[in-house]
Design a protein. Structure first.
Length: 292
C-alpha cells in the first residue's frame, strides 16, 4: 500500500471501506500526515453481530477509531447520518449514489421465461442480507436470486423451487433487472442499496422493509412498497407504475454524485505533501487516490 500511494503521489486519499486495505491506507496517511476522507457504506457492526454475536457497541467503538482522523466521513442518506451522529461520529458529509441510466433501463421482459410475477433479488448471498425472509414467502410466481456468497449452497438446497442464477454483470445483469416484475430487498442492515436504484431505473418497483436505505431511496414515493410484512410489500409493489419508477431513479445521476464527492475532498492543502516534489515546485501527480 505504501508503494502504491508513493507512486501515485496524491494530494488526498479516499478510503472506501474499513477493511484490510483501508486500514493499511489509513495507517500510512496518519503516519505521513496525508489528508484522507472515508465513507460509511456498510453497517459492519450489525453484520458482525449477525455472524458472530459480537455486541454492536464494541464494533462501533472500533469504527469510531477508524474514522476519527478522516477529514470527511461520507454517507449517502439522512438516516445514516443521524444514526452515526447518535453513535458519536462527527464531520459527516453527504455523498449520494448514482446509477447508469443508459445501462439500467426498461427492456423486453421475455428475457426470463418463468411464471409471473417474477420476484428478483440481486446481491451477496449471505446471512446479513436476510435473503431467507424473501425465499420463505408464499407469494405466487417465481423467485430469482442473482449473486454469490457463503449461503448460496445451503439456500439452493433448502429452496429448490427458487432460481439461482449466479453472478451477472453488465448487460446480462441489466436484462435480469428489467425482466423482473418486482425487486425484493430483504436486507435490514444496508445503508443505501444501489440495487434499488438499478431496479427502479429499469422500471421495476421495489418491495422492502421500512428501514434505513429503502426509507431514504424510496420513502413515500409511489415506486414500490415498504412494509413490515415483506409478502404484503411484494403484492402492493406490483401495482406501481413502471414509468414512475424510472422517473424516480433519474433523480440520482452520476454527475450529482461526482460533484458531491469532489466538493468533499477538495480543497485540501497539497504543498506539504511529498516534499521532494514540493521543493521543486511540482504539483502532486494526481488529486486523489481511492483505497478500497
Amino acid at each position: 500500500m505504501a508503494k502504491t500511494i508513493e507512486s501515485f503521489r496524491p494530494c488526498v486519499v479516499h478510503i472506501a471501506t474499513e477493511g484490510p486495505l483501508g486500514l493499511s491506507a489509513r495507517s500510512y496517511c496518519v503516519a505521513r500526515g496525508i489528508p484522507f476522507t472515508t465513507a460509511f457504506h456498510t453497517k459492519f457492526a450489525e453484520y458482525v453481530n449477525a455472524r458472530s454475536g459480537v455486541p454492536v457497541s464494541w464494533t462501533y467503538k472500533v469504527l469510531r477509531w477508524f474514522h476519527k482522523p478522516s477529514r470527511a466521513v461520507m454517507v449517502a442518506t439522512n438516516t445514516v447520518e443521524g444514526e452515526l451522529r447518535g453513535r458519536g461520529f462527527d464531520n459527516i458529509k453527504r455523498w449520494t449514489r448514482g446509477v447508469d441510466m443508459t445501462l439500467f433501463k426498461p427492456r423486453d421482459k421475455t428475457f426470463l421465461d418463468l411464471p409471473r410475477p417474477i420476484q428478483l433479488y440481486v446481491g451477496r448471498v449471505a446471512v446479513e442480507k436476510n435473503i431467507e425472509a424473501f425465499l420463505a414467502l408464499k407469494t405466487p410466481g417465481s423467485k430469482v436470486i442473482v449473486g454469490d456468497g457463503p449461503q448460496l449452497a445451503s439456500l439452493s438446497r433448502k429452496y429448490p423451487d427458487a432460481h439461482f442464477a449466479g453472478v451477472k454483470q453488465g448487460e446480462d445483469l441489466a436484462k435480469y433487472f428489467a425482466a423482473a416484475d418486482v425487486f425484493v430487498f430483504p436486507s435490514l442492515t444496508d445503508t443505501f442499496g444501489l440495487v434499488l436504484l438499478e431496479a427502479l431505473a429499469c422500471g421495476v418497483p421495489v418491495a422492502a422493509y421500512p428501514v434505513a436505505g429503502p426509507l431514504d431511496v424510496i420513502g413515500d414515493a409511489p415506486v414500490g412498497c415498504l412494509h413490515a410484512d415483506l409478502g404484503e410489500a411484494v403484492l402492493r409493489a406490483l401495482k406501481a407504475s413502471p414509468d414512475a419508477c424510472r422517473a424516480h431513479a433519474e433523480r440520482y445521476s452520476w454527475d450529482a454524485s461526482v460533484q458531491q464527492f469532489l466538493a468533499n475532498i477538495w480543497p485540501f492543502p497539497s504543498d506539504k505533501f511529498f516534499p521532494d516534489d514540493a521543493s521543486e515546485g511540482k504539483p502532486a501527480k494526481a488529486p486523489a487516490l481511492a483505497a478500497e
